[in-house]
Structure formats: structure tokens, C-alpha cells
Write a protein that binds this ligand. Structure first.
Ligand code: SAH
Length: 458
């Protein structure tokens, strides 16, 4: 009999989706149940059905999976941020490594033996150095800044998110007081009306420097200077208040225009022993400690020498390449966001690095131009967004003919697809190491190394 809404069924959870939802089968049909764990036997209430799958909610846990733990966050069930607070960290790491292995074998057609041990984090809480919190007013007229509920625009206020440093809660408290004084109208995602969109906070974990940024649907907001005064009196390390204008109807958080109200246009942090300037629009790794581990694996894979020319594609503020620059003859970084390239150039100077060149542009176009001007890189590192590389760029990289290719990826499905394409061009994958940059969430990062076939073993 077909499943209907509100049916209660008994199922065993046997797998996990890439979004961190448990999956069981009922009459051959996949049933997805959030916050369930592999090995759970549950009674699930069906909340949605389609021809090929159903979505259920835990009604009762009959037998709990051995890896189950008590969630330690009061908003875990409603908030869309964490998906793994109900299982042990060891089990979370198993799930993440298995997800990488599945992608590498099924999509990439490669052997699971290439996937190394996952590098887990020592600290699974308080690791985020960035928060982008939508702002709203709840039914009691109180300002809220927090997270969207799972698949919704409803804001769950987060007084103290376990993934964030404690100082973010102090900043939110000052921000709410300021909202009460100046009554800004929160932005409404559906009607595109209202002014105040997001409270965006960045924290240099090693330097202690803090940037606060208000993302607004306009150019100015009442009380800017007062907010700067309140933050500078009460928040240690507060270095910068910035207004970012985003007047577009979009779910992209930041607009292109920034205006500094107080302090500097950037904060500085320390990564792998170097100092980095970070502007509001520039990418910076969200988990600094794990980023250092990720970069050290990338460096080990790159096997750099002073004869090497290194190209760092998708370089952001130059972090990966600059931390390796002193070991190579020449570094070329490519990045599409102009502010990030400005930061990368400043960062080279700040760290006394003179053998680096940075190019602002699309990675595929820039790689083609580098080829046309006769560059002969020996090592290329890529770190693209989730969609991975396009096939033109893969062609150009292969024609640049580096000995070694290091691929840092935040999506193992596109990584696997691209490793397969590189294999067709003569680049064989030697190893893939998953790194857990985002404990408690469904994301997993990977770093893979490839070698040009005809060069033989190093
Ligand atoms: N390697 C850096 C940044 C990685 S994030 C680090 O570890 O900090 C990916 C970066 O790619 C972002 O900075 C983003 O702005 C940039 N990017 C996105 N699309 C791009 C494109 N088509 N060409 C070049 N860079 C791009």
C-alpha cells in the first residue's frame, strides 16, 4: 500500500545522505529521516511522500543505534546548521570518510584504497571564525539574529551557538541592544523590503581581531557610529565596523560595496606562521586549526623544491600559495574577487615574499593566458568552490603539463568527477585525504594528489 502523510511506519536506518539525513527502506521505497542514526530502529511519522521517496520524522526510537549520544544543543532539532549532534564524533568521521569513498569509487571509478584516514578535529565546537546571521523580529517583538530553520526562512535565534566562539554571543547581545535603540527594519526575503539583512562577524582566532559588518538593503543605517562606540567599549579585539550594501533580491549574502564606519578595512590573522589580511569580501578558511592541517597535507603532496613554479588557482587571499612560496622559485596565484587579490598582494608584502604574482580573473581564462605567455608550472594546486573545475580548465591544466597536481575540494562528488577527467588526460590519483573542517555539519573537505603518468614515481 502506498505511504500517505501521517502514516506511522517502523523502519531501520541503514544509510546517510550527503546532507546528513538518515535513510531507511519501506516496501522498497527510500524514507529519509533527519536526526536519525545508522542502526536506529524507529517508528517514523510520514510528513511528505512522492512517487520515489518519502520523508519521515522520528516518532519513537525503538532501538537506539550504538553511536547515539544526547544532543548538547537546545536548538539542534530545529536549526539547519548542525546535522550530527546526536551521534559520537567517531561515527561522524566514519560517515564522512565513507561518503568520500563512495564518491571516489562510484563517480570517480577509482579504488577505495586511495582514500586515506580522515583527519578529525581535536575541537569539534567553537571552531568557526565567521558567522553570517540573518536578522529578524520574533512574534514577541524581540530582535533575533541566528540561523534559518532547516529548509526555511524562519530565524532560530542563537544566543550561544556551539560552533562559534563565545565572543560572538557577546557581539550579538550588543547588537540586539543597539537594535532596540535604533529600531532598524529587518529585511524580508520574500517581499525584498526592509533594511537590515545580516549581521556578519569575522574573528582572527590567532590575532584576536574582530570585524563586524552589517549587510543592508541600502547605503546607510541609523546609528552606525553608535554601534561602533558600543562595540569598541564592550568587545575586546574589535577592530572594524563595515557596512555592506546588498540591494539585490538574492540569497547571496554579501553585496559588492563596502564602507568602513570604524577602524580598518580588514582584520589580520595568522595562519601557518604567516600574517594574512582579510577583507569582508575575501574568502578565509572558517576553521583555522584544520586549515593548517589541510595546507600541511597539500604541501606534503606538492613535494616542492626551489626549482618549482607553483600555480595556485582559486587562491583567495593567497593563503595556500604564500605558505609555500619560500620553498619554490616562483608562485602565481589566480582569484576572481578583486578585494581578495588586493589582500593577496598585501599579504605577500606583509610576509616579505617577493617571488609571488597574483592575477585577478576567472581561473579558466587566466590559466589559458598563463599558457599563452609560456609559463611552465611544475606544480598546480586548485581549490575551487563546490561545483569543481570546468572541462576547459581541466584541458588547460593538462596542457600546462605540471608534474604534480594537488586538488583541494569541498565537494567529494565534483572532486571524483574531476579526478576521472584528469585520469583520461594522463594524471593518475595517488592519494586522497579527507579532512574534517566542519565538525557537526554534513560538509567534508578533501585533498587529493595526482601525478603525470610518464614522469614515473618520484
Ligand atoms: N584557496 C583559498 C580560497 C579557496 S575558496 C583558501 O584556502 O583560502 C575558493 C576561492 O575561489 C574563493 O576565494 C572564490 O572567490 C574563488 N573563485 C570562485 N570562482 C572562481 C573562478 N571562476 N575563478 C577564480 N577564482 C574563483
Amino acid at each position: 500500500m502506498a505511504l500517505k502523510k501521517n502514516d506511522i511506519i517502523r523502519i531501520e536506518i541503514t544509510g546517510m545522505t550527503s546532507e546528513g539525513s538518515g535513510v531507511g527502506r519501506y516496501d522498497g521505497m527510500a524514507v529519509f529521516v533527519a536526526s536519525s542514526a545508522i542502526g536506529d530502529i524507529i517508528n517514523a511519522r510520514i510528513i511528505k511522500t512522492s512517487k520515489t521517496y518519502a520523508i519521515g520524522k522520528i516518532e519513537e526510537i525503538i532501538t537506539a543505534a550504538p553511536a547515539r549520544t544526547q544532543p548538547d544543543c537546545p536548538v539542534f532539532k530545529s536549526c539547519g546548521g548542525c546535522v550530527y549532534r546526536h551521534i559520537s564524533y567517531a561515527e561522524e568521521l566514519n560517515i564522512k570518510r565513507r561518503r568520500v569513498t563512495d564518491a571516489i569509487t562510484r563517480i570517480g571509478g577509482l579504488s577505495d584504497e586511495l582514500v586515506g584516514e580522515i583527519i578529525g578535529a581535536d575541537e569539534t565546537d567553537h571552531y568557526r571564525n565567521k558567522a553570517q546571521l540573518p536578522v529578524g523580529i520574533d512574534s514577541g517583538g524581540r530582535y533575533t539574529a541566528g540561523f534559518y530553520a532547516y529548509h526555511s526562512y524562519r530565524i532560530i535565534d542563537c544566543e550561544s551557538c556551539a560552533l562559534q566562539p563565545a565572543v560572538f554571543s557577546d557581539i550579538c547581545a550588543v547588537f540586539r541592544e543597539w537594535c532596540k535603540l535604533f529600531s532598524p527594519i529587518p529585511y524580508n526575503e520574500t517581499s525584498n523590503k526592509g533594511l537590515l539583512r545580516h549581521l556578519y562577524i569575522r574573528y582572527g582566532e590567532a590575532s584576536g581581531e574582530i570585524m563586524v559588518c552589517l549587510v543592508i538593503n541600502g547605503d546607510k543605517i541609523d546609528g552606525e557610529q553608535e554601534l561602533a562606540n558600543m562595540l569598541s567599549k564592550r568587545i575586546k579585539g574589535f577592530k572594524s565596523l563595515i557596512i555592506n550594501s546588498n540591494t539585490k533580491k538574492t540569497n547571496v549574502i554579501l553585496g559588492e560595496k563596502c564602507r568602513t564606519v570604524y577602524g580598518s578595512d580588514y582584520i589580520t590573522d595568522i595562519l601557518c606562521g604567516l600574517r594574512f589580511r582579510i577583507s569582508p569580501l575575501s574568502f578565509y578558511q572558517v576553521n583555522r586549526t584544520q586549515a593548517e592541517r589541510l595546507y600541511s597535507i597539500a604541501a606534503e603532496y606538492a613535494q616542492l623544491t626551489d626549482r618549482d613554479t607553483l600555480i595556485d588557482l582559486y587562491c583567495g587571499t593567497g593563503t595556500i600559495g604564500l605558505t609555500m612560496a619560500k620553498r619554490v622559485k616562483k608562485l602565481i596565484g589566480v582569484e576572481i574577487i578583486p578585494q581578495a587579490i588586493e589582500n593577496a598582494e598585501e599579504n605577500a608584502a606583509l610576509n616579505g615574499i617577493k617571488n609571488a604574482e597574483f592575477i585577478c580573473g576567472d581561473a579558466a581564462n587566466a590559466a589559458l593566458r598563463l599558457k599563452q605567455r609560456g609559463e611552465k608550472p611544475t606544480v598546480i594546486i586548485v581549490d575551487p568552490p563546490r561545483k569543481g573545475l570546468n572541462s576547459e580548465l581541466i584541458d588547460t591544466i593538462a596542457s600546462l603539463s605540471p608534474n604534480r597536481l594537488v586538488y583541494v575540494s569541498c565537494d567529494c562528488a565534483t572532486l571524483a568527477r574531476d579526478l576521472k577527467l584528469f585520469a583520461e588526460k594522463g594524471y593518475s590519483t595517488l592519494k586522497i585525504t579527507p579532512v574534517d573542517m566542519f565538525p557537526r555539519t554534513a560538509h567534508v573537505e578533501c585533498v587529493a594528489v595526482m601525478k603525470k603518468a610518464e614522469t614515473g614515481e618520484a
